[in-house]
Ligand binder design. Structure first.
Ligand code: B4P
Length: 191
């Protein structure tokens, strides 16, 4: 089973994905976490990626597609994969579809977390105070929201057009409350 957890910055994709992995055994692949690991290794690519992320921009499609391409086959050996933060552009979605088609797979469901923008900004500023992530400054958050509306939202229509179930889930409330809603939706999609 191949699922995507989708939503604007700070909607709780990573938070919910970790719980979905525990409960349903889907392998959690977070492109944000993979990029942060590259940054912390201090490689030349990591330095460039760090600058892009700190500005709130998306890293180039080709780079992220190569990273996912190198990890997907092993992840697909398990009961399923949950993609978190990928695809974030229509081109990434097309690249993902082609990679999966090579293995005879396709995206089975998309869970789209919905949270009002004011709450997203509060969450990210709170995370900035706790974790000090370089892309949680007010300026970078504004840019990330802009990129989300300009490039990422279109991914939902891409999958709707293909008839993939896109399940909208209310992402407000506590992480436990959100997970109850997510759990119900995955239970139905995986039947
Ligand atoms: P991500 O790591 O995906 O960052 P995010 O959108 O902020 O994450 P998420 O929605 O998972 O939020 P979280 O659960 O942590 O990407 C970071 C950057 O990497 C991007 O801006 C981009 O530059 C780059 N990137 C990643 N993938 C890319 C791609 N495919 N193409 C190009 N570039 C890419 O939750 C946020 C906060 O809210 C946390 O502090 C959490 O504790 C809190 N929270 C979660 N659920 C909550 C709840 N229910 N109530 C209150 N707080 C909650």
């Amino acid at each position: 089973m191949i699922g995507i957890i989708f939503g604007p910055p700070g909607s709780g994709k990573g938070t919910q994905a970790a719980r979905i992995e525990d409960e349903f055994g889907l392998k959690h692949l977070s492109t944000g976490a993979l990029l942060r690991a590259e940054v912390s290794r201090g490689t030349p690519t990591g330095k460039e990626v760090g600058r892009v992320m700190a500005a709130g921009d998306l890293v180039p499609d080709a780079l992220i597609v190569d990273i996912v391409r190198s990890l997907l086959p092993e992840a697909e050996e398990g009961p399923g994969v949950l993609l978190d933060g990928f695809p974030r552009t229509e081109r990434q979605a097309q690249a993902l579809d082609a990679m999966l088609a090579d293995e005879g797979h396709r995206v089975d469901f998309v869970i789209a977390l919905e949270v009002p923008e004011a709450a997203l900004i509060d969450r990210l500023l709170h995370r900035a105070a706790v974790e000090g992530r370089s892309d949680d400054t007010r300026e970078a958050i504004t840019e990330r929201m802009h990129e989300y509306h300009k490039l990422t939202e279109a991914v939902l229509d891409h999958y709707r057009r293909q008839g993939v179930p896109v399940e909208r889930v209310d992402g407000t409330g506590s992480p436990d409350e959100v997970f109850e809603r997510v759990r119900r939706v995955i239970g139905i999609s995986s039947r």
